[in-house]
Design a protein around this ligand. Sequence first.
Ligand SMILES: Nc1ncnc2c1ncn2[C@@H]1O[C@H](COP(=O)(O)OP(=O)(O)O)[C@@H](O)[C@H]1O
Ligand SMILES: Cc1ncc(COP(=O)(O)O)c(N)n1
Length: 265
Amino acid sequence: MSAPPRVLTVAGSDSGGGAGIQADLKAMLALGVHGMSVLTAVTAQNSLGVQGAWELPVEAVRAQYRSVVDDIGVQAVKTGMLSSAELVEAVADLIAGTDAPAVVDPVGVSKHGDPLLAASALDSVRTALLPVATVATPNLDEVAQLTGVRVGSQADLRRAAEAVLEFGPRWVVIKGGHLSGDAVDLLTDGSEEHWLRAPRHDNRHTHGTGCTLASAIASHLAKGHSVPEAVTAAKDYVTGAIAAGFALGAGIGPVDHAWNLRVPR
Ligand SMILES: Nc1ncnc2c1ncn2[C@@H]1O[C@H](COP(=O)(O)OP(=O)(O)O)[C@@H](O)[C@H]1O
Ligand SMILES: Cc1ncc(COP(=O)(O)O)c(N)n1
């Protein structure tokens, strides 16, 4: 049997299993690729928030990356929580030397507002990480932090995309998940525009949506799809996962990564 496409996530661990590395690997399994991981940080996290976070040393991040890429090889890379300026710069450097598309989710804060990236790392995201991204996937808070553009309605999404593209990613998906009404995202490379629209699911169990979307994009890119095809398929996958999100713990539960695999009985 031939090996499936290989996808690498470079991200933090969520002990609750809903976001971070755990979400990434689950999404990759559900989409039929071989998921691999470089851990950047460990969080003590659950449905109520982040109770603690510990960064790994930069040598540990570099060593994991080299182990995976030099032997197994990757068809796509995805980044999530990178925690510090030093890690952002090291990861940007590693991606620049890798011949595979990179999906950069510039994770800033958790759904509960806990910081996952130091404020002092924002400049490195702008000048080192975004320039090596094939696709960047900021949410509206990350757009505001990185560019100063505040999105209040769908009409502002194009302006937000233009501001992010200034930093050099090939494509950007501005996620409109935090607006009201339909869940509308804008994918653009500055010339083509694709509006991705899905019904808003009235489900508070949305922990891990951003990680899941970015990992799904990376998985479809690894299978050889174009960026617009990969993002469209990833949007369908995350929409289904949100619709099937379930309660766990006393707070915000996870999306269901396996929704597309469940056989109705
Ligand atoms: N309630 C919802 N119903 C349907 N889609 C949603 C909902 N909330 C977010 N989305 C979609 O989930 C994806 C992740 O967006 P978002 O939640 O904004 O990311 P993040 O986790 O980075 O904050 C986007 O495609 C967004 O449109
Ligand atoms: C380790 C880690 N990485 C990322 C997120 C963001 O989660 P979301 O996908 O809900 O924005 C998180 N809560 N924890």
